[in-house]
Write a protein that binds this ligand. Structure first.
Ligand code: PLP
Length: 387
């Protein structure tokens, strides 16, 4: 077992690596064989655990990894990942030596950045880059053929720099209306036509586009949310070409059970008042774990049945209303299946009035992650006790 370390709290995340594997394999099968799969493992793999997801993706057909910034790439290198890694966001020009040292591919999205980076590059260094084109996302990226040509010329003259790729990012690939997506695609194609040489990797699609629009495949796609088994948006859920399998579940155990009498109150503000004699259980999870106060009233699963969170959620604990007294130690599922019951990440996102992407990301690193494959535990990550 890798990264073995214990944990001593009764709240944990389980990540089903078989589900990640099957999502990656299904995407691979959905794509033509000459299209590479870049597994997006930024933000600790959307809260799932960077190295475990990276390994699983690579073992099941991913060729490349992508993260948001260099620290995330270096973290993967330190954990033994040797596959190519692209940093999608901005890096500092003065840090290019680190990219060279760790064989990390950087994104170039401005001519001035490139010039500065060249000043910091050692003579014998080689730096792999992908050029980022802003075709309508309005975040980072070059926007004109003049800037593209200037960057290309500068790179072609510098033997230390290898222009391995060029890419863009869609703002609306997960929406039913295709208009803006098509506009972005045609801007990208137009800019590509001005390149003197085509780089090895041309990529545009995130999960939504990769699932829906083969016309935007080019020769690589960037798979994020769907690798974790989550739909890029609710409106395209019915169009998905294969069944996504959610990998992330969240569990706790009841650490205290008591009978609260009619009129007695629960938690900060004493806002919850028992309407009759009722059973209340306490869970060791709170807003510091990412189980934020807005989740007051949300259901959890106990013995396969839905019961509500009552009273305010505290930093480290919250209370649930039970239909009857249950044993201390009873497992409570906050996200996932239990018996006949199921609480999806989409349900939590709806309660919080946000998108599913945000939910696993906000479950903090105070909550240990357990990795499962074929029903067996195959690893664990407890960032509190590691190192
Ligand atoms: C996060 C990100 C992705 C992944 O998008 P999903 O919708 O999660 O598949 C792809 N490309 C870029 C540039 C990103 O920032």
């Amino acid at each position: 077992m890798e990264n073995e370390s214990l944990f001593y709290r009764d709240t944990w995340v389980e990540v089903d690596l078989d589900h990640v594997a099957s999502n990656v394999m299904n995407m691979k099968q959905h794509l033509p064989s000459d299209v590479q799969l870049i597994a997006v493992v930024k933000a600790n793999a959307y809260g799932h655990g960077d190295v475990q997801i990276a390994r699983t993706a690579l073992q099941n057909g991913a060729e490349y990894l992508a993260v948001a910034f260099m620290d995330e790439a270096i973290a993967l290198r330190k954990k033994g990942i040797v596959a190519p890694i692209l940093v999608l966001g901005a890096s500092r020009p003065e840090d290019v030596h680190l990219a060279v040292k760790h064989h990390i591919t950087l994104t170039v999205f401005h001519y001035d950045w490139l010039q500065k980076a060249q000043e910091y590059l050692a003579d014998e260094a080689t730096l792999d880059i992908h050029i980022k084109v802003d075709t309508g996302m309005g975040r980072i990226g070059i926007r004109t053929k003049e800037e593209l040509n200037a960057i290309e010329n500068q790179v072609l003259r510098d033997p230390r720099i290898n222009m391995e790729g060029i890419f863009t990012h869609f703002a609306t690939a997960d929406e039913l209306d295709h208009t803006y997506f098509e506009q972005q695609l045609s801007v990208f194609n137009e800019l590509l036509s001005h390149l003197k040489t085509k780089p090895r990797l041309i990529h545009a699609s995130n999960s939504a586009a990769a699932l829906r629009f083969p016309i935007a495949n080019f020769n690589a796609i960037r798979m994020g949310i769907s690798m974790y088994g989550l739909t890029p948006s609710l409106e395209i859920e019915s169009e998905l070409p294969f069944q996504l399998q959610e990998a992330f579940t969240l569990h706790s155990r009841i650490i205290h059970v008591k009978k609260v009498h009619k009129g007695e109150r629960v938690s900060y503000g004493a806002t919850y008042e028992a309407e009759e004699d009722e059973w209340v259980g306490t869970l060791p999870i709170g807003y510091a774990d990412g189980w934020i106060r807005k989740l007051q009233g949300q259901d959890v699963l106990v013995n396969g049945m839905r019961v509500p969170i009552v009273g305010r959620i505290c930093m480290d604990q919250c209370m649930i209303k039970l239909p009857k007294g249950v044993d201390v130690g009873t497992v409570v599922t906050l996200i996932g299946e239990q018996g006949q019951g199921r609480i999806t990440i989409n349900e939590i996102a709806r309660t919080l009035d946000t998108i599913n992407y945000e939910i696993p990301c906000i479950i903090s690193n105070r909550v240990p992650r357990i990795y499962k494959s074929s029903g067996q535990m195959v690893g664990m990550e407890n960032s509190l006790l590691q190192n």
